[in-house]
Design a protein around this ligand. Structure first.
Ligand SMILES: [Zn+2]
Length: 361
């Protein structure tokens, strides 16, 4: 299927396709280059921004990809395919695509930044005491597997299951993936300082969205939800106008957690959605996360643990690390053509609905 050419095998390929599609669509482009880091082939790394429509529009639909590095591959394909669909915009409306929020993770095919930081836990105020996560403190010594074997993984999951039964689903999610700021070699680590990608995102938002009055933002992710389906995570409070807009544009599923494969979502610290709204005081913001579902939650937890093991223990056993990497990449970026077609069909629909919603707001 020709449409699957929207997908890429490397960051450099994805960036080239995105920039090309944006130019052909008539969008203006801006780039923020990482000053220090490069991709595995020595390629430079960028947050790229495309602006389609009037630069002074008061209504803007924003779509971001790659907050979690490797999750940017399907996100980038969705952005590229939509730009190539000869989009027509409502009056006084612009569409801004942010390509590769975390280009280091994108290029190196991992969720985290060059400092093992989960960018979606990094938007906290580092001038204040960082959020404590006592549950994670308890789990970390078990999570930090030195050997990667089916036996050691089964032992770890037995520990996690016992912890979850003791504290409940919500406290388990908070501990495991809510974010932690104490173990740089752990999982869902929020960092000890703002990442370069944090600053680049802020600069892009200030430059391209500061004059808008009404803004919608979808941050694209992968890994929560059933295979071949997308799910919405909406964090606007019950009864808020923003939440009602999300419901009006994308249906009840935008706010009711339909299809979400976590029994209870964690209370996340330092997310990009929180930062986005804080950066735009006086602007009406409606924001959601859209996740393309892949594997069941346990497999995704295993992938998070694999990522930590590959980074900190993998160099001692490169053959095993290569095998673990294949499993890891398949969890976040499936090669299955049916899965990839679903990403394109579903993303076209929710982007079109978002643009129409902002235009008619
Ligand atoms: Zn993600």
């Amino acid at each position: 299927m020709a449409e699957l050419a929207a997908f890429s095998d490397s960051y450099a390929e994805a960036r080239r396709k995105f920039v090309d599609a944006a130019r052909r669509a008539g969008a203006k482009l801006a780039s923020y280059r990482h000053p220090d880091e490069r991709g595995p082939g020595g390629e430079p790394l960028f947050l790229d921004v495309s602006v389609l429509g009037p630069g002074n529009a008061s209504r803007i639909f924003v779509l971001g990809s790659g907050t979690h590095g490797i999750e940017g591959y399907p996100g980038s394909a969705a952005q590229r395919a939509w730009l190539r669909g000869r989009p027509r915009l409502p009056r006084d409306t612009a569409v801004v695509f942010l390509h590769a929020h975390n280009p280091w993770g994108f290029a190196h095919k991992t969720r985290t930044t060059e400092e093992n930081v989960d960018l979606n836990r990094n938007f906290v105020d580092f001038g204040k005491p960082l959020p404590a996560n006592p549950g994670y403190e308890e789990l970390h010594p078990h999570l930090a597997l030195r050997e990667w074997s089916e036996e050691s993984i089964a032992g770890l999951f037995a520990t996690l299951d016992a912890f979850r039964e003791r504290v409940g689903e919500k406290a388990f999610s908070d501990a495991f993936n809510g974010g932690q700021y104490s173990h740089a070699d752990g999982v869902f680590y929020g960092g000890a300082r703002p990442q370069w990608a944090n600053g680049a995102f802020r600069a892009a938002v200030e430059t391209h969205l500061g004059r808008a009055r009404k803004v919608a933002f979808i941050d694209l992710h992968t890994g929560i939800g059933p295979w071949c389906e997308h799910v919405y995570l909406c964090f606007h409070p019950e009864g808020s106008a923003a939440r009602e807009r999300a419901r009006a544009w994308w249906g009840a599923r935008a706010v009711n957690l339909q299809g979400v494969t976590h029994k209870k979502l964690a209370t996340y610290s330092g997310t990009i959605l929180d930062a986005f709204a804080e950066m735009l005081p006086g602007v009406e913001v409606t924001s959601v996360v859209v996740e393309f579902g892949t594997l069941p939650r346990r497999d995704m937890q295993r992938a998070s643990l694999a990522q930590r093991w590959m980074r900190f223990e993998g160099p001692r056993d490169p053959v095993l690390a290569a095998k673990v990497r294949r499993e890891y990449e398949a969890a976040f970026y499936p090669a299955d053509p049916e899965w990839r077609s679903a990403v394109l069909a579903q993303s076209k629909e929710f982007i079109d609905r978002g643009v129409a919603g902002v235009g008619a707001w």
